[in-house]
Design a protein around this ligand. Sequence first.
Ligand code: HEC
Ligand code: HEC
Ligand code: HEC
Ligand code: HEC
Ligand code: HEC
Ligand code: HEC
Length: 502
Amino acid sequence: MTSPKTPTPHVPSLLQNLTSLVGAVVVASSFFAAVCLFAIDFFRGFTNPYMGILSYIVAPGFLAAGLLIMIVGALRERRRRRRAAPEEIPPLPRIDLNVARQRRFFILGAAGTFVFLLMTALGSYRTYQFTDSVTFCGLVCHTIMKPEYTVYQKSPHARVACAECHIGSGATWFVKSKLSGAYQVYATIANKYPRPIPVPVANLRPARQTCEECHWPRMFYGSAERAQTHYLADEHNKPWNVRMLVHIGGGESGRQTGGIHWHMLLSNKVEYVASDRQRQTIPWVRLTDANGKATIYRSADAGASDAPPAGSIRTMDCIDCHNRPTHIYLSPIDAVDRAIAAGSIDRNLPFIKKQAVLALAGEPAMTAAGRDAVAAALTGFYAASYPKLAGTPAVTQAAAAVQDIWDHNIFPAMKADWRAYPDNIGHKESAGCFRCHDGSHTSADGKTITHDCGACHTIIEQGPAGKTTSRLAGLEFKHPADVGDAWKQTNCNSCHDGATLP
Ligand code: HEC
Ligand code: HEC
Ligand code: HEC
Ligand code: HEC
Ligand code: HEC
Ligand code: HEC
């Protein structure tokens, strides 16, 4: 229908061509699919991560592609018509709002565009939320992220979204993360990712911009009590207790200053150079105090000149100590100690500590069939050495507990375990604090980064369970097994690697 005042000949729409038609079909069907999926998500929520990919990445992707095809079709059609009759079709479209038909098209088009933009805004917000969600990060790339996701779920940060630590707030890091994320998706599809995933994570956002959204070391103060029960590798699995006050410290809370966080972060700046990728060997450290005075400490094997050895200087932050705040892979020794202490492994089983550790640390545990292998190793030991115990509930339960440990800490497909990802808090099973505090880092004027056992913690109770010694003012460390003065002379992790037993 045309207006009586300005008659115009009816021109068939530019969209009437095969390409645009195909585009329109794609648009219509993906629009329909997207609306249905949005509605399901809105009312029921998705439990399956692939549904999220469908609704927020695949469907909108097809919608956009369909629109593009429609436009390309229309442009090609226009070019074809112009070539056929150049004088009839002007270089640019002529819009005349006095023509009722064109007016109606215009109003319809404007309304459609408005609705479309609104939907796009909502949709892309949901796409953004979805690609930042724990489901997307943790579950979509099932095999690759399985280790990180599994250990995360048992950690203190299980309710903190991956993106809160890996991206944080603000647009710059959002863009950076989506760009590197796009590469990761490619690496996944092309099967190009390394196993284990290398750490430290390149370009991890500076920790103080993420961790300090929730934790504020200035407000920490005092010491925290930490108690651990270890079980020795003898027939009776002799329990050995260690209770200590860890000098967490902090400052500027008006209560007390001092301790670990005060020295390391608040009143001093510590920089270092590491000679390996994982930052486990640190030959050079520079301390700049509140007055700006710098002191350089070197380990015995560092070069003599004051210039830093090859490698870039890094300023210490949270991650240099807390590198495993959520992806915590327990070593066999640590995990078995915890399971015995929790009662899921019966301490009365002879040699259970030693056998459980041997099962978890053995070669077969590192294969895809490791889950069955660890249980078989344990039941096999009791069948051979203690036939009376074979098949008892205690052994069956211990075998199940060891499988549970395997499920949550050892991931052969990604080669992820306690060896690939050492924890820098402490110093027993990896160098940790002793990367600098090993007593070998000295300055030109003879100062040494402290190796004093009382600098970071005070041991207030220790010894075999039931016969412990305690003293609030602090005890000198007593090593549970007789190793002479070795614990004073060498780093603990030269004997303790989380798996090797005497
Ligand atoms: C509490 C903060 C935090 C949360 C929450 C978090 N991460 Fe991490 N993530 C880290 C830190 C810190 C590292 C280690 C950085 C380093 O050593 O350079 C890391 C490392 C990783 C690595 C490298 C491999 C490894 O095991 O170290 C991957 C992959 C990873 N995270 C994925 C995830 C996924 C997936 C989630 C959500 C299920 C998640 N992260 C949640 C802080 C976090
Ligand atoms: C979104 C908030 C949030 C962010 C971001 C966050 N955390 Fe936490 N963190 C928590 C919560 C909640 C707990 C558990 C507190 C509790 O249960 O006592 C926690 C606990 C901890 C603990 C104590 C763990 C334990 O074993 O008791 C440490 C250490 C810690 N976080 C370090 C970090 C580090 C390092 C980062 C940065 C990589 C970080 N957090 C980022 C919220 C956060
Ligand atoms: C020099 C190493 C070091 C640095 C750097 C460091 N921490 Fe810690 N932090 C520790 C140690 C050691 C503990 C005690 C851990 C334990 O006993 O479980 C601790 C404990 C914590 C706790 C638990 C406090 C509690 O009361 O249980 C939180 C939270 C924490 N740190 C957050 C941070 C944040 C955030 C940063 C960076 C701004 C940071 N830390 C930097 C070594 C460090
Ligand atoms: C990169 C090297 C480095 C690492 C790793 C490191 N520190 Fe330190 N730390 C230093 C330096 C340097 C000093 C200052 C030494 C001085 O005052 O002369 C220091 C001082 C301290 C002090 C104050 C000691 C005192 O008596 O004045 C505490 C407490 C401390 N660190 C705790 C820790 C803990 C806990 C860890 C492990 C979680 C750790 N540090 C890891 C370099 C390091
Ligand atoms: C630079 C700080 C620092 C120094 C110096 C230090 N430690 Fe520790 N130590 C730690 C931290 C941090 C932990 C971990 C606390 C935790 O697990 O919560 C720890 C843990 C321990 C544990 C408990 C291990 C466990 O698994 O139960 C013992 C025992 C211990 N230290 C003994 C010593 C002895 C002995 C010395 C002196 C040779 C020493 N420490 C020097 C920081 C230090
Ligand atoms: C010369 C080697 C050697 C050194 C160095 C050493 N240990 Fe041990 N440690 C042993 C042996 C052997 C046992 C007995 C293991 C068993 O029976 O399970 C043991 C047992 C332990 C145990 C109880 C069982 C366990 O595995 O958890 C603790 C805790 C411990 N050592 C802490 C330390 C600390 C902390 C240091 C450093 C200050 C240290 N050790 C240095 C050899 C050593």
